[in-house]
Design a protein around this ligand. Structure first.
Ligand code: NAD
Length: 344
């Protein structure tokens, strides 16, 4: 199948080159993100491949369909950037990579937690300046603390287990569909309010959808324990950033570790080191010593890149052969079997 891949970096090309060995598909790689401005590049391609910050809204999907696109292969798990109603309307099948590195993302959430707690980001800079003073670097033992995991799917479940078994935290969890095995293994499911009130650390692992948009907002922050550590490796808009900045200023939130940001589309995955950041809210976050930001790199492990490329190529082959795909989020022929359970 002839495919165009938007938003491509060199590392994507390398992993896809391996995955394509022996296959008949051809890929045109472009650096541009998919948007209404760039959608014309897809003309004549039956398949397009996109990532987390490409925009496949109703207008883009209409134009894609008019120009012959029938299959959108997401090389990520989340699909909040695709208008599924428009895809259905125009008969465009959408598939994703449901799982590629749950360990990598959970481990990154723990890395943010550990770095923030022990101030590794500050210590690293100090030591390079031969400043070995310890004031300002005081942390706490994770052992015995109460950690809250919101969303215990593939990633949240691993984060909960590391916190519980690895660090000896008491783990509270909130999920619309609790995991019985996790509950038997020492994780206690509670209502969201109880989790917010009780935890020293809260880590978000649920998808972004209308229900979870701004899950963390001014009123939920008011419920939190003073000094709570908040971690988000899921999707930026789970958090109302302005409310979180107020929480950080008042001390209600003791520290914040984020790998995602609600307006990250204009920032992440690019080298902007020579430019003036135009987003004042994001720039404010970067000034705070108790905030640690990474640029959507939680997934970025060798294993994940390999799995993303392999599964995407497999999705395309399956679609070409059968006009269906087991990893479809939406596809006319199989929607009854797969898409009904999916909310994001
Ligand atoms: P998953 O689908 O396996 O798990 C999501 C869990 O959230 C499910 O158990 C679901 O029941 C629960 N959930 C759904 N709605 C909820 C709600 N309203 N309240 C509480 N829980 C709810 O997904 P996953 O693979 O564990 O991924 C979780 C999220 O991580 C993805 O949606 C994606 O946004 C994000 N992610 C980020 C990166 C990264 O690099 N930063 C990489 C992969 C995934």
């Amino acid at each position: 199948m002839k495919m165009i891949m938007f938003n491509t970096k060199k590392y994507d090309q390398q992993s896809f080159a391996q995955a394509l060995e022996g296959s008949k598909h051809t890929i045109r790689y472009v650096e541009a993100k998919l948007s209404i401005e760039t959608v014309k590049l897809a003309a004549g391609y039956e398949c397009i491949c996109i990532f987390v910050n490409d925009i496949a809204d109703a207008e883009v999907i209409r134009e894609l369909a008019e120009n012959g696109t029938k299959f959108i292969a997401l090389r990520c798990a989340g699909f909040n950037n695709v208008d599924l109603h428009a895809a259905r309307k125009h008969g465009v099948c959408v598939a994703r990579v449901p799982e590629y590195s749950p360990f990598g993302v959970a481990e990154h959430a723990l890395a943010l937690m550990m770095s923030l707690n022990r101030k590794i980001h500050r210590a690293y800079n100090r030591v390079r300046e031969a400043n070995f003073a310890l004031s300002g670097l005081l942390g706490f033992d994770l052992h015995g603390k109460v950690a809250g995991v919101v969303g215990t799917g593939k990633i949240g479940r691993i984060a909960a287990t590391i916190l519980n078994k690895g660090f000896g935290c008491k783990v509270l969890a909130y999920d619309k569909y609790p995991d019985a095995a996790l509950a038997e293994d020492g994780v206690e499911y509670v209502e969201l309010e109880k989790l917010l009130e009780s935890c020293d650390i809260i880590t978000l692992h649920c998808p972004l959808n209308p229900e979870t948009h701004y899950l963390i907002n001014a009123s939920s922050i008011r419920l939190m324990k003073p000094g709570v550590m908040l971690i988000n490796t899921s999707r930026g808009a789970l958090i109302d950033t302005l409310a979180v900045i107020e929480g950080l200023k008042s001390g209600r939130i003791g520290s914040l570790g984020i790998d995602v940001y609600e307006e990250e589309g204009d920032l992440f995955f690019e080298d902007l080191s020579g430019e003036v950041i135009q987003d004042d809210v994001f720039a404010r976050l970067l000034t705070l010593p108790n905030v640690l930001v990474t640029g959507h790199q939680a997934y970025f492990t060798l294993e994940a890149l390999h799995n993303i490329a392999q599964t995407t190529v497999q999705n395309i082959t399956e679609y070409e052969d059968n006009h269906t795909c087991a990893n479809a989020v939406f596809c006319d022929r199989i929607r009854a079997s797969n898409s009904s359970r999916l909310t994001q």
